[in-house]
Design a protein around this ligand. Structure first.
Ligand code: MV4
Length: 446
């Protein structure tokens, strides 16, 4: 196993990764910006290096400083967490060139999945169901018109270098298409440095279902079942659950076999998530994330597999300790993302935390980095904690989540704890199977 790993992230995920490393007997190096000197991930790591000022471009995205920090401390591998450099193929290549291990997939896979047209094309060839539409970049206005006529309006124009909901536009007819195409291409060019776009049938009110996979370098390609991430607002997930309610097991199993088959065909390595839209009993591939995800704990609770531990092990060349037969999800798990934000305008909230009282008890896990007296900086994302409630049934998990949210106290800054209580108390949510539009359409009346 590695002797020393550098964790190129902050916040709750840096704390989470530090825990997995220490349990594996790996010594840890935290990196931090000036604003994060007092942060929990720095306090619990074995060593830390200040790599720059507060702006992310000068700190958590500063690849040269991070590689220098590896050389100074003797770290052999880098765990990127999520966000920041986690899906940056050139960073993983840079590490390779410096004889350092990137804890994640090969840069060729990061590259392939980062290009959404290429990812879709590849998955389609591997038999993964995709949304009807263009399988290559739109070449001209004529091309766009013909494709849209073929699949029928409304259609969605998507930037190939986009993802996570940025660089998309719904168009309802040919006139709108002609107007929007140049605008979207221009936006794609300025956001992502690439003006390539493609067109898909617009799926109106789907659910967001994702399949977790893990692969090693010994020919093991496993799935860890699915998560339902439909409760979201403006492309930000708010609450996730596993397993997805109201979908037949046969239908899920069929999808898992296809996903595992695709991973084998591409010889994927490490953790991955295949994202699907689900509507009227059909799954449609959207994109693949080649990183550890925020919502990984709900899968851990049901499978009893430590995803971060396994991710580190497979990056070191070890075999996954288990096999598909022995992975049997048990119960139901819900993750509430506790954000520092204003409850009416959703603006991020910063400031000093007064009293912090974490919830606990049977079936409750809290992944966080905050403490009483911690000053929440305004430079970074506003996720404070992930409350993961697990029970034997979905109903039980909902009751546990509510019970623990009622115990939780975060004084001094605004949070979305009340929003979570409203969601979990809603009759529609309790029924299960809400679509990606549900929260935004109902938030005012919850
Ligand atoms: C779609 C779609 C409807 N139809 N594609 C959003 C982020 C990116 N992963 C792709 N996304 C979507 N693609 C077709 N053909 C709707 C979305 C979408 C969405 C998907 C999952 C979760 C939240 C979402 C919010 C808005 C739009």
């Amino acid at each position: 196993m590695f002797d020393k790993v550098l964790i190129a992230n902050r916040g709750e995920i840096a704390v989470r990764i530090n825990r997995a490393c220490q349990e594996l007997g790996i010594s840890t190096v935290a990196i931090h910006s000036e604003a994060d000197a007092e942060s929990m991930h720095v306090r619990i790591a074995d060593e830390s290096v200040c790599i720059g000022p507060n702006a992310v471009n000068k700190s958590y995205l500063n690849t040269h400083s991070i590689i220098a920090a590896c050389e100074i401390t003797g770290a052999q591998a880098v765990h990127p967490g999520y966000g920041f450099l986690s899906e940056n193929a050139s960073f993983s290549k840079m590490l390779e060139d410096h004889k350092l291990i990137f804890i994640g997939p090969n840069h060729s896979h990061i590259n392939a999945m980062g290009d959404k047209i290429q990812a879709k094309k590849m998955m389609k060839e591997f038999g993964v169901p995709t949304v009807p539409g263009s399988d290559k970049a739109i070449e001209s206005e004529k091309d766009a018109i013909n494709i849209s006529k073929d699949i029928g309006y409304p259609v969605l124009i998507k930037a190939s270098a986009g993802g996570g909901g940025r660089g998309m536009k719904v168009v309802n007819d040919e006139k709108e298409l002609k107007q929007s195409l140049p605008i979207i291409k221009q936006e794609a060019l300025s956001f992502f440095g690439n003006d390539s776009v493609y067109i898909e049938k617009f799926i109106d009110s789907p659910r967001h279902i994702e399949v977790q996979v893990i692969c090693d370098s010994h020919g093991n390609f496993l799935h860890l079942h699915e998560r339902d991430c439909s409760v979201q607002r403006r492309n930000q997930k708010v609450l996730e659950e596993a397993l997805a309610p109201g979908i037949e097991n046969e239908k899920k199993d069929e999808l898992f076999q296809i996903c595992v088959g695709a991973m084998k065909k591409m010889q994927y390595l490490g953790l991955g998530t295949l994202e699907f839209l689900y509507e009227n009993g059909e799954f449609y591939f959207m994109e693949m994330n080649t990183r550890l995800q925020v919502e990984h704990p709900i899968t851990e609770m049901l499978t009893r597999i430590d995803l971060v531990r396994e991710q580190i092990c497979v990056a070191h060349g070890e075999k996954i300790f288990t096999n598909q037969e022995n992975i049997k999800p048990l119960g139901h798990s819900i993750e509430c993302r506790i954000n520092a934000e204003n409850s009416s305008d959703f603006k991020p909230s910063a400031g000093t935390i007064g009293l912090f009282h974490p919830p606990a008890g049977n079936g409750i896990r809290l992944d966080t980095f905050i403490y009483s007296g911690y000053k929440v900086p305004h430079y970074y994302d506003n996720l404070l904690a992930k409350l993961i409630a697990t029970g034997r049934t979905r109903n039980h998990a909902i009751k546990r989540a509510l019970r623990s949210l009622n115990e939780m106290v975060i004084d001094g800054i605004d949070t979305n704890i009340d929003l979570h209580k409203k969601i979990l108390s809603s009759e529609e949510f309790k029924k299960g199977s809400v679509s990606i539009n549900w929260l935004e359409n109902n938030i005012a009346s919850l």
